[in-house]
Design a protein around this ligand. Structure first.
Ligand code: ADP
Ligand code: MG
Length: 250
């Protein structure tokens, strides 16, 4: 599998009032094209920092990140980011929100309107295209944000705890939809989660970070057949291994 993302000995120091904080220390791993990688670790271990560095939103103190062979030095149109809150524009329709990157990037509108409808259909929101965000539930809004983050066909999708504000049932539905979307349009994905179960269900491999400083504790191959659910054979066993790694990770 050709490498799409290379994280090369990335460290990040934050300067605080009480001195330096070494948030990430020498993180080194690769993500193959069309691979899905989850990042887990305790709160404060540097997951968001790592994701922001891969996104080009934050510079590493040492090391570098390559995406598609090019060093990441700023946000790029081939790298899309999705956060915990959907942050939709309240005065724009669902369709208008999904098309926002198309306008910002100056892409062909007509072609992307068709694609926006396809994406909305994939997440079951085709009937809501003309609605306003406040008319939708939190889960529906996050689906809109997902469509918006892939409308321009990025090579890489980065997600920072994208489901953590949602209830358990909605999370399960969304993880099913994500797997469907990834089958229809292959993407290289890195997502941060604090749910071990979500990591096992969605990821090909799991990056386990230690805390203070964040170091690479282990890369775990999930290797279970897809589509997966939380109750699929093998999910509990790998989940158990990840919990163990998180505990000894301190
Ligand atoms: N902008 C910042 N300034 C100072 N310290 C920061 C900043 N961002 C993150 N940190 C520190 O870096 C560490 C990792 O933070 P973060 O990446 O947000 O962790 P996580 O997402 O795993 O919870 C924490 O100790 C946090 O306090
Ligand atoms: Mg975080």
């Amino acid at each position: 599998m050709p490498s799409m993302i290379a994280v090369e000995r990335v460290s990040r120091v934050f300067e605080g009032k009480r001195g330096h904080v070494l948030a990430l220390d020498g993180i080194d791993f690769e993500v193959g094209e069309h691979e899905v990688v989850a990042v887990i670790g305790r709160s404060g271990c540097g997951k968001s920092t790592l994701l922001r560095i891969v996104a080009g939103l934050l510079a590493p103190t040492r090391g570098r990140v390559l995406v598609a062979g090019e060093p990441v030095t700023r946000p790029r149109r081939d790298i899309s980011v999705m956060f915990q809150r959907p942050a939709l524009l309240p005065w724009r329709s669902v369709l208008g929100n999904v098309l926002l990157p198309v306008e910002v990037l100056g892409l062909d509108r007509r072609r992307h309107v068709a694609r926006a409808h396809e994406l909305l259909e994939l997440v079951g929101l085709q009937r809501f295209a003309t609605r306003l965000p406040h008319e939708l539930s939190g889960g529906m809004q996050q689906r809109v944000a997902l469509c918006r983050s892939i409308i321009q066909s990025p090579a890489v999708l980065l997600m920072d705890e994208p489901f953590s504000a949602l209830d358990a049932l909605t999370r399960t539905e969304l993880s099913g939809e994500l797997q469907r979307i990834w089958r229809e349009q292959p993407l290289t994905v890195v997502f941060v989660t604090h749910s071990v179960e979500e990591a096992v269900v969605l990821a090909d491999r799991v990056v386990v970070l230690t805390s203070r400083p964040g170091r690479l504790r282990k890369l775990v191959d999930v290797g279970l057949p897809r589509p997966r659910t939380a109750r699929a054979a093998g999910v509990a066993a790998i989940g158990g291994l990840l919990y163990e790694l998180l505990e000894v990770a301190g």
